[in-house]
Write a protein that binds this ligand. Structure first.
Ligand code: FES
Length: 404
């Protein structure tokens, strides 16, 4: 399914960070995270559906970098979207010759694999600049029907994209439906919202999706690390509370469908006779998990929902939401029909729209955290630690070169 638009449709706002007031919490405990307003570099990011990338270049912004995506002879390429001559976006240009893209203004023409200036149409073969300058290129891969671009920290070689994808998506057969759209709000607010259990039972109380699927609550939550993921594990606890002058609140009925299990198998419906053998081995300690660089995984019994929060700039991100069903053959048609007929509207529409609204209007720090925010702080701790390790690895890899 394709519903996407490049950055020309991205809402652009400018919000300046307010200084933290005395006695209120800022993000100084997480300096890497605090400094990553435009995203963590050194990761692969999904940009758009593969079917969108053709011989006509398209503009995107990822981690503050302006990028033009173009396809030539079946291969997708990513170049810095700025002609070095007078700064015109190469995404305004076109392909005059195979394997190249030409700027529309004066015809400077760039080789797609290397970014090197290979011809200057308006200056002929004697142009002295040909071969001497060029534009930056970015590593590109295609997975899950999408084009992914690696945004480097320095000039390091990218890690393999498969090592970054959720493990179960690398080797299992599956069918998926999804939605990609530009959204307002910082990418970190989107991560925090996705993993924030405190909002699920309140913000989404009017979501129709809640009639069909469990909404987690925050009581007795534990954060369980496993591999590069952190899991939110909730024990089976419900409560009823009287708020004087406000009324009565209960989370009891929402708990009925929540699997009270320490380990949650994908495909395990809770009935012994309906375990999907193809993915039985994949067990997760919790319903919701999150990993760098901002990948949310919600393991429903029959399918898994993933959200990739892609940084655009400090005020905008791209939402990439996919529902994956681990099946093959005719079953894939059944799931896809279910996706188009219901999930797409209930979950990727109304439910996710409520999240988009809150991500767009969140304005932190400063902030005051409360008990359920253990999921937010656990995510920030994970980011801090993982990114610290990544920086050290990149520094280590580039150190010999620097000495030389
Ligand atoms: Fe690109 Fe002149 S601005 S060729």
């Amino acid at each position: 399914t394709v519903e996407d638009s490049p950055d020309t449709a991205t809402p652009v706002r400018s919000r300046r960070r307010k200084p933290a007031e005395p006695g209120r919490q800022d993000w100084s405990s997480w300096p890497h995270y605090d400094g990553a307003a435009a995203g963590f570099r050194g990761y692969w990011y999904p940009v758009t559906w593969s079917s969108q990338v053709t011989g006509k270049p398209l503009p995107f912004t990822i981690c503050g970098e302006r990028i033009a995506l173009i396809r030539d002879n079946g291969t997708a390429y990513a170049l810095h979207n700025r002609c070095p001559h007078r700064g015109v976006p190469l995404s305004e240009g076109n392909q005059q010759f195979p394997g190249t893209v030409s700027c529309p203004y004066h015809g400077w023409t760039f080789d797609l694999p290397t970014g090197r200036l290979s011809a200057v149409i308006t200056d002929g073969p004697g142009c002295r600049l040909t071969g001497k300058l060029g534009v930056r290129t970015y590593p590109v891969e295609e997975r899950l029907g999408m084009v992914w671009v690696y945004i480097p920290i320095a000039d390091e070689e990218p890690h393999s994209i498969d090592s970054q994808l959720p493990e179960e998506l690398v080797s299992n057969a599956f069918v998926m439906g999804g939605r990609i759209e530009p959204r307002g709000g910082n990418w970190r607010f989107a991560c925090e919202n996705g993993f924030d259990e405190g909002h699920a039972k309140y913000l989404h109380r009017t979501a129709l999706w809640r009639l069909f699927k469990p909404m987690p609550t925050w009581n007795i939550t534990r954060i369980v690390p496993r591999g590069r993921w952190i899991f939110r594990v909730q024990d089976e606890v419900h409560w009823d509370a009287e708020f004087p002058g406000v009324g009565r609140w209960s989370n009891k009925r929402w708990w009925k469908m929540q699997p009270p299990k320490e380990t949650f198998n994908i495909g395990n419906t809770g009935k012994a006779d309906s375990v999907d053998p193809t993915i039985e081995a994949q067990d997760f300690p919790g319903f919701a998990s999150l990993s760098m660089p901002g990948v949310l995984r919600i393991a429903y019994p029959k399918f898994i929902h993933y959200e990739f929060y892609v940084p655009v700039d400090e005020d905008n991100h791209r939402y990439v939401g996919v529902m994956v069903n681990f099946t093959e053959g005719w079953e894939t048609l059944r799931f896809y029909a279910k996706y188009l007929g219901a999930i797409r509207w209930l979950f990727h529409g109304q439910f996710s729209g409520q999240d988009a609204w809150m991500v767009d209007v969140t304005d932190a720090p400063p902030e005051k955290l409360y008990r359920p925010d253990i999921s937010l702080t656990a995510w920030r701790n994970l980011s801090e630690e993982e990114y610290g390790k990544k920086l050290a690895a990149v520094d280590g890899a580039s150190a010999p070169e620097e000495k030389a």
